[in-house]
Design a protein around this ligand. Structure first.
Ligand code: NAP
Length: 341
């Protein structure tokens, strides 16, 4: 089968940082599904895993954790899907990724593809939707109830892949006032188009801009970019007894004591936790992806796709990785169609 893979971890400008290769088609076991991959999306995790280092892989390593495709075969214990079903999923970071014509994936982390949108539009969603859903509802514990007392949610990094779906899920399912951050006209307009109630610039003082709106504290903060940089600001803006969730690992160290006087809770969100540790509730990712598909199909939220590259090959994936590495992506980049033989 066709795949894009690496053996050496090289800067993205290097022609061998990602290679077009031919690999053996996998076979599904247990609760796995064999998927014919139709479209994939790229995420910063791909560039972080690919980041230059001296290690050399013995076998080709396939990256990519976001795909749409068709179920071609099911493992003997699979029961949630059947051959021919259209699905979308992010997959497991510890397994080969989706940058291949065929992939096996545990059915408990797979959802049905939304029927009302194209493969490319659907491929933009799974990894970021899982992250946003788990961050907003499992970690920040925001009530999925539009009748509750309105509260303020600050989303730092609103126009990125995760922010683009987090803004929409928060507006569609909860009663929060969404304050998103963006620093450029294009990303500000994108956040507004997705339903953000207020957009503030993360390259200037968030405290000053938010307080200028007569909002002294925010109830929730979802940090989707540069946790180190925003830590003191988050400590200042969070309401006493509020909740902060970050999805971005620290580059250095931060002072957890800044949260003590306010009895603030801080939590991490990693969307791979359930699949990495095969937690008891791993099937919740199947349920939440189905719920996201339903929200797309009933028009409550829309795709976050912003750019499509075709075909799926090493050259286009190198282009997509380079764009992600700029840190300036708005919405999602998707690749579709395998090259003809
Ligand atoms: N833990 C998890 O499960 C998980 C899951 C998904 C992603 N992540 C991580 O979360 C981060 C965001 O992912 P993503 O897919 O949303 O990324 P992305 O699409 O690459 O994010 C790009 C956006 O980041 C914004 N940005 C750049 N610098 C910023 C800063 N200093 N402060 C605030 N925003 C800034 C940019 O806005 P402007 O252009 O307006 O400046 C741009 O729109 C990445 O580090 C990724 O690895 C973690």
């Amino acid at each position: 089968m066709k795949a894009v893979a690496l053996k050496a971890y090289l800067p993205i400008q290097h022609p061998e940082s990602l290679l077009d290769v031919d690999l053996e088609k996998p076979t599904p076991v247990g609760r796995e599904l064999l998927i014919a991959v139709a479209a994939i999306s790229v995420n910063p995790v791909d560039t972080k895993v690919r980041a230059p280092k001296s290690k050399i892989e013995t076998d080709f390593r396939v990256l990519g954790w976001d795909a749409v495709g068709t179920v071609l075969a099911t493992g003997p214990e699979a029961s949630l899907f059947k051959t021919g079903d259209q699905v979308f999923y992010a997959g497991n970071i510890a397994r080969p990724g989706s940058n291949s014509e065929f992939q096996v994936v545990d059915e408990r982390i797979v959802g049905r593809k939304p029927v009302s949108i194209s493969n490319a539009e659907a491929a933009a969603l799974p990894l970021t939707a899982i992250t946003a859903w788990e961050g907003l509802f499992d970690r920040l514990q925001i009530a999925r109830d539009k009748q509750t007392k309105p509260k303020n949610l600050l989303i730092i990094g609103g126009a990125g892949g995760v922010g683009s779906i987090a803004i929409q899920l928060a507006k569609a399912l909860t009663n929060v006032n969404v304050i998103a951050t963006a620093s450029r006209p294009e990303s500000i307009a994108w956040c507004q188009s997705l339903g953000a109630d207020l957009v503030v610039d993360h390259s200037a003082s968030l405290v000053e801009q938010i307080r200028a709106q007569n909002i002294h504290y925010v109830d929730y903060i979802f940090c989707l970019n540069n946790t180190d940089q925003h830590w003191p600001t988050m400590a200042e803006l969070i309401k006493p007894q509020g909740l902060i969730c970050s999805i971005v690992e620290l580059a250095g160290q931060v002072d957890l004591n800044l949260l003590k006087n306010k009895s603030v809770s801080f939590s991490w969100e990693l969307m791979f936790t359930r699949s990495l540790f095969e937690t008891d509730d791993i099937v919740e990712q199947h349920h939440l992806l189905n719920r996201v598909a339903q929200l797309i199909d009933d028009g409550s939220i829309k795709t976050t796709l912003n750019q499509v590259l075709s075909p799926i090959n090493a050259e286009n994936l190198r282009t997509a990785h380079a764009q992600l590495e700029s840190g300036r992506t708005v919405g999602k980049i998707v690749l579709e169609h395998w090259p003809a033989n």
